[in-house]
Design a protein around this ligand. Structure first.
Ligand code: V47
Ligand code: SF4
Length: 372
């Protein structure tokens, strides 16, 4: 199909995609360097509509940030605290139960648990946390921890990665969120998060998680000191693992927020970069089914536009998000189900309420009709 791109490089990519060919590192560069942003978006939209038509997914979920004490002290993080700081906290099991029970919706589909790497917390805390949340919200999938926590639990407990995963699963873990890899590159690792596991270890642990039967998401933290080449390298590393395991469900590009971090001199990402990164992710990650336009990081309004640039999911209602809001994100702290539905329908898409694995769940709120 000739779509009349103003950039001839996009016409070539369009033909390649129509022939079912995979995009290469150089193709990724061409997408990032193209002056035709709308053209890049159209390519991603074709790919998105081939997979998902007019559907756009959302989930009724809740975030639980159980501790902000963290031994890693990544330079891009505004959330982490030392145990001695006055606003450091760790939630008791009773507090996590009260928090999870406080959600205004009757049926919550997912509890997303992330926190710092607090050296005072033992394996028993993690297991009890999972059991408490599962007991309080049996209908919800618990999406919790990353390869970073699994590595740490293996070191502190003396158990193998496989044993740690088995124990977490038994206690109620349903899948893993995508964080922890940031940008899979040694230069960025050494400059921004030297105390965290490197990408080789991250990939090794995620492969073991997939082998255990658990699904995970994947993310990319962009818009700090990384180059375009390093972003594409990151995407291709994810694609290689996905070819091997098929265990990634969704990919989430995370726009960096610099306020209150040690990189506070860096400007925010631009709307053009956010949209282009969603589109390039959709096109390069051909084997990962879902791409999120994460409204928390890029704002509700741009996330709506992201649905026409390759994304098919807006993530969820969340209730209260702490990591990016501590770093200056100006989006709402949470949204209602009705607000999610309105964002999707007014963008021209059909809202589908989902569970963590993208199975549709019934909701009376969805008509699929376009309305303002
Ligand atoms: O790994 C930390 C990022 C991640 C900042 O799987 C920051 O569905 C921006 O992984 N500015 C944790 N980002 C969050 C995460 C996530 C979020 C939403 C959905 C899913 C999913 C996963 O947050 C960290 C790091 O990359 N982060 N600091 C910051 N200042
Ligand atoms: Fe700790 Fe995560 Fe913040 Fe790094 S990003 S300092 S691991 S809480």
């Amino acid at each position: 199909m000739n779509l009349d791109f103003s950039d001839p490089a996009l016409q070539i990519l369009n033909e390649k995609l129509a022939d079912g060919e995979r995009l290469s590192f150089e193709d990724g560069l061409a997408l990032y360097q193209s002056p035709d942003l709308i053209g890049v978006g159209r390519l991603a939209d074709i790919s998105r509509r081939r997979r998902h038509g007019r559907k756009a997914y959302y989930i009724v979920n809740q975030h639980l940030n159980y501790t902000n004490i963290c031994m890693n002290q990544c330079r891009f993080c505004a959330y982490a605290r030392k145990a001695s700081e006055t606003d450091a906290y760790t939630m008791s099991l009773q507090q996590t139960e009260d928090w999870v029970r406080s959600h205004p919706e009757k049926e919550v589909r997912e509890i997303h648990i992330v926190g710092g790497l607090n050296p005072a917390l033992s394996m028993d805390y993690y297991l009890d946390l999972l059991r408490t949340v599962k007991r309080s919200r049996p209908e919800a999938t618990i999406k919790a921890f990353t390869a970073v926590e699994i590595d740490r639990l293996s070191v502190t407990s003396g158990k193998s990665i496989q044993e740690v995963i088995a124990l977490l699963k038994e206690a109620g873990l349903g899948m893993l969120p995508g964080g922890g890899a940031e940008i899979m590159n040694d230069r960025i690792h050494d400059e921004l998060f030297p105390r965290k596991i490197d990408y080789r270890r991250w990939l090794e642990i995620v492969e073991a998680v997939h082998a255990s039967g658990l699904k995970t998401n994947a993310t990319m933290l962009y818009g700090h000191i990384e180059t375009i080449e390093e972003r594409i390298e990151h995407l291709l590393r994810l694609r290689t693992l996905q070819d091997k395991t098929g265990g990634f469900v969704a990919f989430i590009p995370l726009a960096f927020h610099s306020k209150n971090t040690r990189l506070s001199h860096l400007p925010p990402t631009t709307a053009a970069d956010d949209l282009r990164t969603i589109a390039v992710s959709r096109l390069i990650l051909d084997s990962i089914p879902h791409i999120k336009a994460y409204w928390v990081m890029i704002g509700e309004k741009l996330a709506q536009v992201g649905l026409s640039f390759g994304a098919d999911d807006l993530d969820g209602t969340i209730v209260e998000e702490k990591i990016s809001h501590t770093a200056g994100a100006t989006s709402a702290k949470g949204l209602t189900r009705d607000e999610m539905v309105r964002l999707i329908t007014t963008a021209g898409f059909q809202p589908v309420e989902r569970d963590s694995f993208y199975n549709p769940v019934n909701s009376s709120a969805e008509t699929g009709a376009f309305s303002k």
